[in-house]
Design a protein around this ligand. Structure first.
Ligand code: NAD
Length: 287
């Protein structure tokens, strides 16, 4: 089957590699064309616009930073919309606004095309290992058609109902992640400030009730002063902004989300946006 992939960043590159390895015929596009080089060497074709990707593909995947980029790639000049014909499916695996997702899906239906929102969790490592968690919203039949693609990239794949519900579930995921990042950072900072051996602390608390994915995967990187991004602070801040927008409609306080949103915003304002989320610890004055 001909599949298109747009957005070859930290996540998009390894995800598209898994599609090639599973035998799908792949056409790719990225704003920075050099990011496609390794995939071309593996057999992917390079298109010169999102419209050309859509014309060449039955299913078109996008993996872009935020809502404005997805809107531009779908509906801008030479966008995916221009290359669509009836029966094609667009799968947006970026994390973007649930409301905008539903609007994009309605616009695609004007061309008898379906949109699935299919954001992921599992980070760069999950993308490289092909073990992503995938949260899908949209038409059930379209979901079934795309399942073999999801299975090439992920392991835990769940259909959650109508368009937008994949994104809403991902925002729940991100609220939990952000609070875990804060817990991990603050605990590690406390250990350092009171003069404990942080490596030994990590060794012992990781396997107890304080253990978490963040503690196992990100804390060791902090101890090595490695702030390279698997997932950038500016993208986590974007996800918390989307969660805050969702929460605003409820007229209720979610104090943890509000706190992490303000701390991640502070990190972005301090120039840490391109660090990995483990860089949140750098908002503390570290000895
Ligand atoms: P990234 O910045 O590394 O990749 C985004 C890619 O999109 C870049 O290659 C960029 O050149 C390309 N791009 C941007 N605007 C474009 C445009 N108009 N046309 C074509 N290409 C364009 O980001 P990422 O970490 O790969 O994240 C992508 C999405 O996945 C985000 O929504 C993020 O929140 C989500 N996500 C990331 C992770 C992670 O651990 N990195 C995990 C889960 C979900």
């Amino acid at each position: 089957m001909n599949v298109g992939f747009i957005g070859l960043g930290i996540m998009g590159q390894p995800m598209s590699r898994h599609l090639l390895q599973a035998g799908f015929s792949l056409t790719v596009y990225n704003r920075t064309a050099s990011k496609a080089q390794a995939l071309i060497e593996m057999g992917a074709k390079l298109a010169n616009s999102p419209a050309a990707v859509a014309a060449a593909s039955k299913i078109i995947i996008t993996m872009l930073p935020d809502t404005p980029e997805v809107e531009a790639v779908l509906f801008g000049e030479n966008g995916v919309y221009e290359g669509l014909s009836a029966g094609k499916i667009v799968v947006d695996m970026s994390t973007i606004s649930p409301e905008a997702t539903a609007q994009f899906a309605a616009r695609l239906r004007e061309k008898q095309c379906e949109l699935l929102d299919a954001p992921v969790s599992g980070g760069e490592n999950g993308a490289m290992a092909g073990t992503l968690t995938i949260m899908v919203g949209g038409d059930e039949q379209a979901f079934q058609k795309c399942l073999p693609l999801f299975q090439a990239m992920g392991r835990n794949i769940v259909h959650l109902g109508a368009n937008g519900n994949g994104q809403r579930t991902k925002l729940v995921n991100q609220v939990i992640c952000a609070l875990n990042i804060l817990a991990m950072s603050e605990g590690l900072h406390l250990a350092e400030r009171i003069g404990l051996d942080a490596e030994k602390v990590l060794q012992v608390v990781s396997s107890g009730a304080a253990g978490s994915w963040m503690l196992s995967n990100l804390a060791p990187r902090i101890l090595q002063n490695d702030f390279q991004p698997g997932f950038m602070i500016k993208l986590q801040q974007k996800d918390l902004r989307l969660a805050m927008e969702l929460i605003k409609t409820l007229g209720e306080d979610f104090p943890g989300t509000a706190l992490t949103y303000s701390l991640f915003t502070k990190a972005v304002e301090a120039g840490l946006g391109e660090q990995g989320t483990q860089g949140l610890i750098n908002i503390f004055k570290r000895a």
